[in-house]
Design a protein around this ligand. Structure first.
Ligand code: PEP
Length: 259
């Protein structure tokens, strides 16, 4: 089953619009030689803070690099001060939206039902969900990783039951996010294969086989190749290293070499 790899940057709460424009100039020049191959063989996306989407979109226009949102509200519109809707993100040209990132779960109290409501909002729209799942260190040590991750996925699919291959799953063990600790390629593959089985059991062999499963957690140029060479690792969600345009380009190019 061939799946188009996806490398997605998550800038979190970093970079102003001016800084993002400068990033785009450097990143696009680093990627210039690979641009044609990139379009066909690897998809690249950047999730900047919401106020930066418009200017970054302008700076990336015509490059084939996609815009992604870091979050959205589950309701269509209304009295939700400070929130951002699906229609707003589509209007700005976004292609993907992260949902259920561990920082949203841990710092903003989002549970599986909140994430499922967001997935339902995205279902059938022009914006594809990147559903982030992953265990804490305590859950890994208690050997409950597969159970935790399976529940995070199934509670979303129970509600957003029309999602199919527009869904992207990002496996991000929380103990590896922003810590410099990375799952070994074998550890990542073990969980990715289990996620694929959960998806295939629910959506059928072909459906589960089409869904891309990204790895996230301290991915950097030095470990990207080994992680991306695993059969069920279909790309990466990159936090810290994506703030450096040269490092992010090296990760995208490592993915291109694998494909
Ligand atoms: C993330 O927050 O999605 C992430 C993967 O961060 P980092 O690469 O910094 O671990």
């Amino acid at each position: 089953m061939s799946r188009l790899p996806l490398i997605c940057a998550n800038w979190k709460m970093n970079y102003t619009a001016s800084e993002a424009t400068r990033f785009a100039e450097i990143f696009l020049s680093e990627m210039a030689a690979a641009r044609n191959a990139l379009d066909a063989q690897v998809e690249v996306a950047i999730a900047p803070p919401h106020p930066v989407l418009d200017r970054l979109g302008g700076a990336l226009a015509g490059s084939g690099i996609q815009l992604a949102a870091q979050n959205l509200h589950a309701d269509e519109s209304g009295a939700f001060t400070g929130e951002v809707s699906l229609a707003m993100l589509i209007d700005l040209g976004c292609r993907y939206a992260l949902i259920g990132h561990s920082e949203r779960r841990q710092l903003f109290g989002e549970g599986n039902s909140d994430v499922a409501a967001k997935a339902l909002r995205l279902q059938g729209s022009a914006l594809r969900p990147i559903l982030c799942v992953g265990e804490t260190l305590d859950e890994r040590e208690r050997d409950t990783t597969l159970q935790v991750v399976g529940t995070q996925i199934l509670e979303v699919l129970d509600v957003a039951d029309g999602l199919s291959d527009e869904l992207v799953v990002a496996y991000e063990p929380t103990w590896a996010i922003g810590t410099g600790r990375t799952a070994t390629p074998d550890m990542a593959q073990e969980v990715h294969a289990a996620i694929r089985k959960v998806l295939s059991d629910r959506l059928g062999e072909a459906g589960g086989g089409r869904i891309r499963i990204l790895y996230g957690g301290s991915v950097k140029p030095s470990n990207a190749g080994d992680l991306l060479s695993q059969p069920d690792v279909d790309g990466a969600l990159v936090g810290g290293a994506s703030l450096d345009p040269e490092a992010f380009a090296r990760i995208a190019l490592a993915c291109l070499e694998m494909s």
